[in-house]
Design a binder for this molecule. Structure first.
Ligand SMILES: [Zn+2]
Length: 223
């Protein structure tokens, strides 16, 4: 995984040289592997009474529990809920660019001005859910697809899908083990692997726990 940022950077440089990109390029969060140096304030952009809201709060609780068990002081900040939407066309395009590991223009002003470092959008769109970071403002945008679309219609998937994207948002990349929370491309596992008749969060690998402690050590943020 760690060779990818170099490859992506080279591709972005080539693309920029060829005039393909129209704005400052940013990379998927998982490709950057960056850590927060402050407690990120969080905003969720959602339709009113969205059925995914309980799963979002469960996922945040999962991360706070996990981080506490690991012994790091790092936490996600308080969550503010805003009843609004982000255009589906924008999220669909950004999702494809994240998936294809191409560069993309920085977030538009409408997103930059939102009062949160971590912005979670519960969308009605049918795209592949994603996490992406803006280098300019340091914001991370997490896009979650419609709850009416497969595989979010399967039991236990939504809470783990959101937890997975939040894992990217705090600096984790993918692994190839379908029994683990952060399994993903290029491995063949997909979010439908989170389906379960019992409500549970999939676990982290030992390597991921070690990485979290390396980027959020016990003296974080005073490194
Ligand atoms: Zn992922």
């Amino acid at each position: 995984m760690y060779c990818r940022p170099v490859r992506v950077t080279l591709l972005l440089l080539l693309a920029s040289a060829c005039g393909v990109l129209t704005g400052p390029p940013v990379m998927p969060v998982w490709a950057q592997g960056r850590a927060w140096t402050n407690v990120p304030t969080s905003v969720v952009i959602t339709p009113e009474h969205d059925p995914r809201l309980p799963a979002l709060h469960e996922a945040i609780d999962f991360w706070h529990r996990t981080l506490a068990e690991l012994g790091t002081p790092f936490r996600l900040g308080p969550v503010t809920q805003i009843t609004d939407t982000i255009p589906i066309d924008y999220l669909t395009t950004l999702s494809a660019q994240v998936l294809n590991r191409t560069g993309y223009a920085d977030f538009p002003d409408s997103i930059q001005k939102l009062p949160g470092d971590l912005i979670v959008v519960l969308s009605e769109g049918d795209f592949i859910s994603f996490a992406a970071r803006s280098p300019a403002g340091g914001k991370v945008l997490v896009g979650i697809k419609s709850s009416r679309r497969y595989p979010l219609t399967l039991p236990n998937v939504t809470r783990n899908l959101i937890a997975h994207e939040l894992g990217h948002a705090i600096g984790l990349s993918h692994n190839a083990d379908p029994t683990m929370l952060m399994c993903g491309r290029p491995a063949p596992c997909r979010p439908d692997a989170f389906q379960s008749d019992t409500e549970r969060f999939f676990p982290l690998t030992d390597q991921e726990k070690t990485r979290l402690m390396s980027i959020y050590p016990t003296n974080w943020p005073n490194r």
